[in-house]
Design a protein around this ligand. Sequence first.
Ligand code: HDD
Length: 713
Amino acid sequence: MAEKNNEKSSESDKSRQLEEYTIDYANKPLTTRQGLKVNDTNNSLKAGVRGSTLLEDFLLREKITSFDHERIPERIVHARGSAAHGYFELTKNIKKYSKAGIFTDTSRKTPVFVRFSTVAGSKGSTDLARDVRGFAVKFYTKEGTWDLVGNNMPIFFIQDAMKFPDLIHSVKPEPNNEIPQAASAHDTFYDFVSKTTETLHNHIWVMSDRGIPRSYRMMEGFGIHTFRLINEEGKSHFVKFHWKPKLGVHSVTWDEAVKISGADSDFHRRDLWDAIDSGNFPEWQLGIQVVAEEDEHKFDFDLLDPTKLIPEEMVPVEIIGRMVLNKNPENFFAETEQVAFLPGNIVPGIDFTNDPLLQGRLFSYRDTQLSRLGSPNFHQIPINRPVAESYVNQRDGHMQMEIPKGQTAYFPNALGGGCPYLSKVADGAFESYQERIDAKKIRGRSESFSDHFSQPALFYRSLADWEKEHVISAYSFELGKCNHEEIKSRMLFIIGQIDSNLAKRVADNLGMEIPEDIDRPLNQSIGADAVVEDHQPGSKKIYLEKSPVLSQANTKFDTIATRQIAFLVADGFHMQSFQAMRKALENEKAVVKIIAPHGGMVKCDEGMDHKVDAAIMTTESVLFDAIYIPGGKKSVNVLKEESKFLKFINEAFSHCKSIAADGEGEHLLETSSIKEYKEDEAILINEKPELFIDAISRHRNWKRMQVAQKIPV
Ligand code: HDD
């Protein structure tokens, strides 16, 4: 029991550590950095009030110098991100696979800091870019910090870290004109993708709805690489890590993404912040797929190839824990900007594999933190400090925050009593898994990595029809933005290897033909002395017809918690229907927002004032999940006269959202473009709130998609 209490304290250990460094400015005087009280921070020291500024002005110099150095280099990738604190709890002991404390002790609450991000855009770019999302988790475990630096997609674009700079240079804004920002739809990216067929699997995920999530809280997370779990006996199992969101996996449409980027480019950041701030804590389950060492070669793909997933139908995901995010950062720069994730941060019981992408990452992240944070002492920044105590001999460098005592900073030593001393594995020291290697040194790629088409094809086959339509539109948009015919042509041929109908539909949209063949090699990832034929991607294999979990049609649809519902009202709205609906929705933890023709207050038909959350001219329907229009003749007559309310409804309809109306509210629908489409299961007129709740929980009524496309918005 004593042990249990001790373990439980670890979540608060990190909070306490952070509190030590947190400064509260309430009721405090303004001072200089030296603590000198200041009586004027508006005027510089001058020779007379109209005279020149004096070099003597140390207050001016301190203020301006500090300001001049306020920025650090933004991350070369994943520059735009948002983060939160929380904890991880193990729900199932997996001692048989791993000796890690975090995987054996169900009484622990391990503190975590999680940062979500887009990849390509700059720090100030829109949250709604079509892109991969980063999903980086820092576990402050008692045995040291473990970073699981993953994405919201289970695979990556390339197989070898050597190609990472090429991938990123191709997707980032083009070097001559720095265009486009936070967008993959341009020539250099497709030039690269069309010549690097290993990218296709991750690429088709980005073209799917996974590339435009509704919320960070509604995304899966994946460790991507195959890692190892090592148990107390030293036995290794292969493992893939999965985060499964409690709210299910949901996305917005491309039209919404484009409009949200204008209406609220902080949409995901705000959504995460507001959910935590209001006590609706985001939550994920941690799952593992475990493969025995002896089964390493039993699959049609290579476990070390990060462009492949293990279909859950082949190796089920075992749920072993849950993660809850329950606290927003105090300061964006100090925490979210300065947090440094390193895939090389590992603890006993977990280890790496020879995945060549992972191996390169182990080098890159430490290196990048040196240029971002400016010193090898970046682990001393409060957000990066481990909960486990750390004693190193590498101590000097910019910004040493500690005062290391003693005469020695080397090992071995006698003068320092041999300290800091070495530990034994039995006492918790890390020991690399002793994998047997017997190989030639070679710069090349295994033949087992050369299947580039089977898994993108499996993904596409597994999607629902409406998801396939979204993928077709996404490819058409992206390729339509390319200026070079040969790049588009090459892409059409390559997509045709995934699915001929997909390629045909995209070709029709582009007004192009699919070429019968293109220049070889398709894939340029060839080793130095290889013959081209050996390195063509292999032809498509079908080892599984479909993997239903890959489709968002099969995600969870059991809650409307935190969904944003717009109530459209003007003076005179019907209080009874308004109140009944509001209560029912809020009971299910949805967020009701009153949208009115103006700010301030609106009066209901019972004469009460209600605070308006947003005036119609300041908001857009793309920021909401559903709409409700209560009755009240006077109210509805006003709404009917404001074209923005009609646009609001038309857009929500075209994005396949649920709309409910009571009493005269129906007249507003009849004035909008949706009047003919009332036979729709997510358009509810004078129905019970339960039906509306059910419709919202299903996220969208995709059956409406064809009709919706006819609405001019
Ligand atoms: Fe990376 C940041 C995820 C491959 C080099 N990466 C970064 C972040 C995430 C990922 C989530 C942001 C962390 C944060 O929030 O601070 N990266 C991935 C995943 C990969 C991957 C899931 C493949 C499975 N990355 C990858 C490779 C390299 C890098 C192959 C280089 C060889 N990544 C970096 C970086 C970044 C980074 C340049 C930029 C900022 C940082 O590290 O801290 O080092």
